[in-house]
Design a protein around this ligand. Structure first.
Ligand code: NAP
Length: 284
């Protein structure tokens, strides 16, 4: 029987700490604020944005969503971001992805002031991250590292296998694990005989977006399994790992929902609070 690590529980603890900090800061300083830019009416994006607004509210952080029409031009979007860059009451700017096809994501993200890039996805933040320089790190990998810490998982010297190589999750989590002295193997859609590789993992991180793809044959006894995937099957959420088959074999596993997902939003709050401290000159 595995130990199930709920990001939802760790998030409550971390958010309560942040709410306390916000309460202290706002006795002297202005309220921290996150600006969220949403283009179009994609239901999943709209629901993610709602979740972010609720999370901000829960810790006493202000948030404002700029909901633009799906046919918004690049110029309009860049002008909005420019305004937010210069708005001294805004600490973090988040552009909800994916954007409609006619908008170039890289061009849009590049416009965000790096000191407000709380998603850590602009080319400057990415460059700083991979160069090991101070700056904002992407939220999901930060959340995964916090979950591993919470579960007291030893990373140093372990073999970590990351399945998926996206800029959002796979690539940066591999880098963080490497920095924590794991020996890291990255897999992707062209990996030959994935099972042979994943079976050697002490720590297995899966971020591919394929419902219940990783089964019992993919994992070794006692492994630590972090399931990043969020898939909807027959109206219900599930991960990239077949939880029921894998859980009896491993030592630690995250569920979907209530696993990595809540940690991503919590790390967004944490990054926004970090941006706020920088903007307000608050030392910690
Ligand atoms: P992505 O950009 O679509 O990348 C998917 C990666 O998986 C690619 O590197 C792809 O390989 C690899 N892949 C696809 N099929 C594979 C297979 N059969 N075997 C091995 N590798 C395979 O996805 P993403 O943005 O990283 O997201 C991955 C999943 O995590 C999605 O379900 C997403 O919804 C979820 N997610 C969750 C959170 C959260 O907070 N819980 C945050 C972000 C993402 P190639 O590079 O070769 O194409």
């Amino acid at each position: 029987m595995a130990r199930i690590i709920y990001g939802s529980e760790l998030s409550v603890k971390l958010k309560s700490d942040m709410a306390h900090q916000v309460e202290q800061y706002t006795r002297i300083h202005r309220q921290p604020k996150l600006a969220v830019v949403l283009v179009g009416d994609d239901p999943a994006s709209m629901s993610y944005v709602k979740g972010k607004e609720k999370a901000c509210d829960a810790i006493g952080m202000a948030s404002k969503t700029y909901h633009l029409d799906g046919s918004t031009t690049l110029d309009t979007l860049l002008t909005l971001i420019d305004g937010l860059n210069h708005d001294h009451t805004v600490d973090g700017i988040l552009v909800q992805l994916p954007l409609p096809d006619h908008l170039d994501e890289q061009q849009v993200l590049s416009k965000i002031d790096p000191s407000k890039d709380v998603d850590g996805l602009t080319p400057i933040s990415m460059g700083r991250f991979f160069a090991n320089q101070p700056g904002f790190k992407p939220c999901t990998p930060l959340g995964i590292m916090a979950l591993l810490k919470e579960a007291n998982v030893t990373i140093e010297g372990k073999h970590a296998v990351v399945v998926g190589r996206s800029q959002l999750v796979g690539n940066p989590i591999a880098q963080l694990l490497l920095r924590a002295n794991a020996t890291v193997t990255m897999c992707h859609s062209r990996t030959v005989d994935l099972e042979e590789v994943t079976k050697t993992a002490d720590i297995l991180i899966v971020a591919i977006g394929k419902p219940r793809y990783i089964g019992a044959n993919h994992v070794k006894d006692g492994a630590v399994v972090i399931d990043v995937g969020v898939n909807r099957v027959d109206g219900k959420l599930c991960g990239d790992v077949d939880f029921d088959m894998v859980e009896p074999k491993v030592s630690v596993i995250t569920p979907v929902p209530k696993g990595v997902g809540p940690m991503t939003i919590t790390m967004l709050l944490s990054n926004t609070l970090q941006a706020y401290r920088l903007h307000e000159g608050i030392d910690v």
